[in-house]
Every structure is written in structure tokens, then in C-alpha cells.
Design a protein around this ligand. Structure first.
Ligand SMILES: NC(=O)c1ccc[n+]([C@@H]2O[C@H](COP(=O)([O-])OP(=O)(O)OC[C@H]3O[C@@H](n4cnc5c(N)ncnc54)[C@H](OP(=O)(O)O)[C@@H]3O)[C@@H](O)[C@H]2O)c1
Length: 501
């Protein structure tokens, strides 16, 4: 049963708001939800260099290049989770109240420690989640989805179940505590029909392309190796020598998951109503070990010489290479020695068909190749190419619709024309246009009733706008209305009069 057939979802409020869409997980989730035809809105803040709409456009154009086809554009809400009402303008807030039915809250700061409780990670992870919960209540949102982390389990080492949360565990850092308290707050909120929690383990790049937008965790280790190994001396066989002692057994399990699998699984669960209301451990079926990753790196970099000297052993006589590695990765030291077994029964039950790709040699090679090509995050994303931002041409489109309506007058009467405009591709977007005798009203998002929807690509709409500029159409000179304009609008009108009769 899909969302629109499920009685719990029979509502005119059809939009889902995603926070964190510019982040690593969020950009995959945005792509996957749009591909599933989800009516999506995103909450994005501008940067010093880019407007919020440009940031989303950059990401969607990257996906379009990879997919080889256009995607719809989500409704954009410019805001910030650390502000009351998420910093939305009154107009945007009204829209949210009328149209939002679901919230997927993924925005967070992945900083491990904060100087004061007013600082990050608390400010965004705890304060931000409190604001998102308040906002969702005010907007009467029914279904709340929260992206937590598997590490709300803190330093536990026994099996952790998906229903577990507070078992008096100790934590490694402020990030874990902030996410733990935020998940508690979500669980305690009582204003939603369903609350669903996703707990990913350590997220790495794309299992197929190696892509990442952040260089922490495994990518930090890989970057250091890529920088430092070529500076070492080679032995007689030409192999780089990396004589480092690591105070581990080497076989300690690490729960690592590729971002594409995390997003695909969350997307599937969001789109499966009967899966809502539970907690999901997004963890691998098979853990990774430091020994495996180092062996893959030996092969990639033609190096050798790492020794595992045993867990907890004192390191002595570190060479410069070892010093650099350990100094730069010290924030992860507490994660290296232990990782619990995470039970994933709920994931297996509702998304077991989506198999988590294991971190193997090919994947690690992809990550290093991607990191090198991307100069470990230094290559700036391409500036988005937009011929026209359609939102700045809505008046023109509404007037053209009105002219065409003149041609299509039914029984000599101009009637209210309300239709959705769904423009896929660069500069596109989703709007609702209501036109009546030269007056028109524009609302973001597609209509929530049975009004027809005019779905065009950016190329088609740009072509129509260009023809419209060139034609000397007047209200009386109906025959001069561009045939291309008339055709799509005629079909919209036909559907409208069918539904009216
Ligand atoms: N990465 C992991 O290994 C991992 C593991 C387990 C769980 N998680 C969880 O998964 C979620 C996504 O993580 P990620 O790796 O995708 O992180 P990320 O790449 O750092 O993205 C964080 C996102 O949050 C947004 N954000 C931060 N502060 C905000 C604010 N004040 N207002 C609005 N948006 C704000 C960021 O927006 P800007 O682009 O504007 O900064 C960005 O879109 C988080 O909840 C995280 O705790 C991550």
C-alpha cells in the first residue's frame, strides 16, 4: 500500500519537509525522494557565496548529470533550525502550515565537543531539534522522521537493540550526548501520529562512485595516507615503507555504511507507511576491520610495514609518519577500540531486500580515487547553469495562460483557471497558479486538489517564454497565441472543464 492509499495519509497536506538537504545524507535523500515522485520541500540556509536556491540547484544539477535526466525541483524554504519557527518568513510559515504533512529532520552538526551548552553541537543538534519539533507541532505535521545515530548507544559493548535508548550508558563526546538527548526529546513528543527514528552507523562515501561531500571519518585516514605514504622511502622492491605500530589487535569490528545505501533505505522506509513508528539501525551486515582497510591501502599505495601491537599497548618510538597520523586522527581514537553489535531486526523486516554493500577493496579504491580527484574537498562544486529562474517569470506565464484562456473561453465565459506548474530541470520548480480575468495568484508547491498539472522541462518552458517574448499576442488576436503555449494549456483547460462538469 502506498502513502496515498493508506487511510492514515488521506489529507490535502501532501508535502514532506527535509532538513539537512545540503549535507551528505540529505543530498542523496533529496535525490531519492524526488525520484520516487515525493512532493518535497527543503529547508536550506544561504551561505556567504550562494543563495539557498543556488545551493540546491548545484546539488540537483550534479545528480542530473549523473542520472542523465532532469529532476523536479523541491519547494524551497529558506531558514535555519536554530531559530524559532525555523527562521521562516510569515508567508513561508503559512505555506508550511497548509501543505506539510511529514518532516524528515536530518540537519545536525557533526562536531564532537562544544565549549558551552549554547555552542554546537548542542545548539544545532538539541536546540535545533527542539525548534523542529515545536515547528512541526504548530504546523500540525502528522509524521515525524528523525535521523539520529547508532552512537546514541555511547560506550556500550553488548548487543544494542533498536528499541534501546537510555540504559545509563557513558558517552564518548558531546556529539553523542546531544544526539542522545535529541532522540529522547523526539521519543517523548506526543503530537505526531507516527515517529520514526533512523540510526546510521559511520557513514562513508557512495559505494558505486566513491563520492562524498565531507572528509571526516574514514576519508580523513585515507587522505592522510594519500598525502604521507608517497613521502616515505621505498625498499629494494619499490614498496613504500610505513613502519607504524598501531595499538589495536587489527580485527576490532567497525560498523561502516555507504551513504547511498543509508539514503535508499531511509527513503524506502519513509515511503512505506506500515514501517513508520519504529527505530532502525542502519548498520552493515558485515563489519569492517582496520586490518582489512590497511591491506587494501597497501595494494593501492604499494606500501607495507604497519604492525598491530595489541589493544591498549603504549606506543613508543613513533616516527614522524606515525606522529602525523595519530595526531590528526586523535578525535577518533575512542572509536577505534570497540564497536558493539547492533541488532537490525526492524531494518531486516521492512527493508531487508536492500542489501548493504560491504566495504571491500573496490569501494576503498573508489574512495581514494574520488578523494584525489576532488583534492580531498578542495575542488569547488560547479556553479549551477540556469538560463531562467522560472519563479521570476510566473507573472508572464500566468498572463499567457490568461490569454490562452481567452481563446478557450467556454460558453463565452472566462472561468477561474487553476493549475499546477511542475518545471523539471535547471531553474525549475513547483507552483500553483490561479488565474481569473487578468488577476492571478501564485502559491509554491503543486495543488492539493484535483487541479490539472502542467509538467514541462526547463527547455520546453524556456522555449515557450522565448516565443511569448517574440510574439505580438494581444488579448483580441487569439490566433496569434503561440501554438506551443496553447497546446499544453488547452489540455489543462480540458481536464479542468471535465472535472468541473
Ligand atoms: N556522517 C555520519 O557518519 C553520520 C553517522 C550517523 C548519523 N549521522 C546523522 O545523519 C545526519 C546527516 O549527517 P551528514 O553526514 O549528512 O552531515 P553533514 O554532511 O554535515 O550535513 C549536515 C546538514 O545539516 C545542515 N545544518 C546544520 N546546521 C543547520 C542549521 N542551523 N539550519 C539548517 N540546516 C543546518 C547542514 O546545512 P549547511 O550545508 O547549511 O551547513 C547540512 O545540510 C545528521 O543528523 C547526523 O547526526 C551521520
Amino acid at each position: 500500500m502506498n502513502r496515498h492509499q493508506d487511510p492514515r495519509y488521506r489529507t490535502n497536506k501532501r508535502y514532506t519537509l527535509l532538513t539537512g538537504a545540503t549535507g551528505l545524507v540529505g543530498r542523496y535523500l533529496m535525490r531519492d525522494l524526488l525520484l520516487k515522485g515525493h512532493q518535497l520541500a527543503v529547508l536550506v540556509r544561504p551561505t556567504k557565496q550562494e543563495l539557498a536556491r543556488e545551493r540546491i540547484e548545484t546539488i540537483l544539477q550534479m545528480w542530473e548529470e549523473e542520472l542523465g535526466h532532469r529532476l523536479p525541483r523541491p519547494v524551497l524554504l529558506t531558514g535555519d533550525v536554530t531559530q524559532a519557527n525555523l527562521g521562516l518568513s510569515p508567508k513561508q510559515f503559512r505555506w508550511a502550515k497548509n501543505y506539510l504533512d511529514q518532516m524528515i529532520h536530518g540537519a545536525a552538526v557533526l562536531k564532537f565537543s562544544g565549549a558551552t551548552p549554547d555552542d554546537d553541537p548542542w545548539k544545532t543538534n538539541l536546540g535545533g531539534t527542539a525548534n523542529v519539533l515545536d515547528f512541526s507541532r504548530l504546523c500540525d505535521i502528522s509524521h515525524f522522521h528523525y535521523i539520529s545515530t547508532a552512537y546514541v548507544c555511547g560506550k556500550r559493548d553488548a548487543t544494542v537493540y533498536e528499541d534501546d535508548l537510555d540504559v545509563n550508558q557513558e558517552f564518548r563526546n558531546d556529539y553523542e550526548i546531544s544526539k542522545f538527548q535529541a532522540e529522547q526529546m523526539v521519543r517523548e513528543s506526543d503530537c505526531f501520529k507516527t515517529k520514526t527514528v533512523y540510526r546510521p552507523a559511520v557513514i562513508v562515501g557512495d559505494s558505486k562512485t566513491g563520492y562524498t561531500s565531507t572528509y571526516h571519518g574514514l576519508f580523513l585516514y585515507l587522505r592522510l595516507m594519500a598525502m604521507l605514504i608517497p613521502e616515505q622511502s621505498r625498499n629494494a622492491e619499490g614498496v613504500f615503507e610505513t613502519p607504524i605500530s598501531i595499538p589495536l589487535e587489527g580485527d576490532e569490528p567497525r560498523n561502516v555504511v555507504p551513504v547511498d545505501w543509508v539514503a535508499k533505505t531511509i527513503c524506502h522506509l519513509v515511503c512505506t507507511p506500515e514501517a513508520h513508528g519504529r527505530t532502525y539501525h542502519l548498520v552493515p551486515d558485515k563489519c569492517t576491520t582496520a586490518r582489512e582497510v590497511i591491506e587494501y591501502c597497501y595494494e593501492y599505495f604499494h606500501s607495507s610495514g604497519v604492525k598491530f601491537c595489541g589493544r591498549g599497548k603504549e606506543r613508543t618510538g613513533d616516527n614522524e609518519l606515525a606522529q602525523q597520523l595519530f595526531e590528526n586522527t586523535s578525535i577518533y581514537a575512542s572509536y577505534e577500540t570497540s564497536d558493539p553489535h547492533f541488532d537490525k531486526s526492524n531494518v531486516n523486516k521492512f527493508a531487508g531486500h536492500l542489501v548493504c554493500p560491504p566495504l571491500d577493496k573496490d569501494m576503498v579504491f573508489q574512495f581514494i580515487d574520488f578523494g584525489k580527484e576532488n583534492r580531498w574537498g578542495k575542488v569547488k562544486p560547479k556553479t549551477p547553469k540556469v538560463a531562467r529562474w522560472i519563479e521570476t517569470h510566473l507573472t508572464e506565464i500566468a498572463l499567457a495562460a490568461q490569454k490562452t484562456m481567452g481563446v478557450l473561453r467556454i460558453n463565452g465565459v472566462n472561468r477561474l483557471l487553476k493549475f499546477g506548474l511542475d518545471i523539471h530541470g535547471p531553474g525549475g520548480g513547483q507552483w500553483q497558479l490561479a488565474v481569473n480575468d487578468g488577476k492571478f495568484e501564485v502559491t509554491p508547491g503543486l495543488p492539493d486538489d484535483s487541479s490539472p498539472i502542467l509538467k514541462l522541462s526547463d527547455i520546453q518552458i524556456n522555449d515557450l517564454l522565448l516565443r511569448n517574448d517574440e510574439s505580438e499576442v494581444t488579448h483580441k488576436d487569439a490566433s496569434a497565441v503561440s501554438i506551443d503555449w496553447a497546446a499544453p494549456l488547452e489540455s489543462v483547460m480540458a481536464k479542468k472543464s471535465e472535472s468541473d462538469s
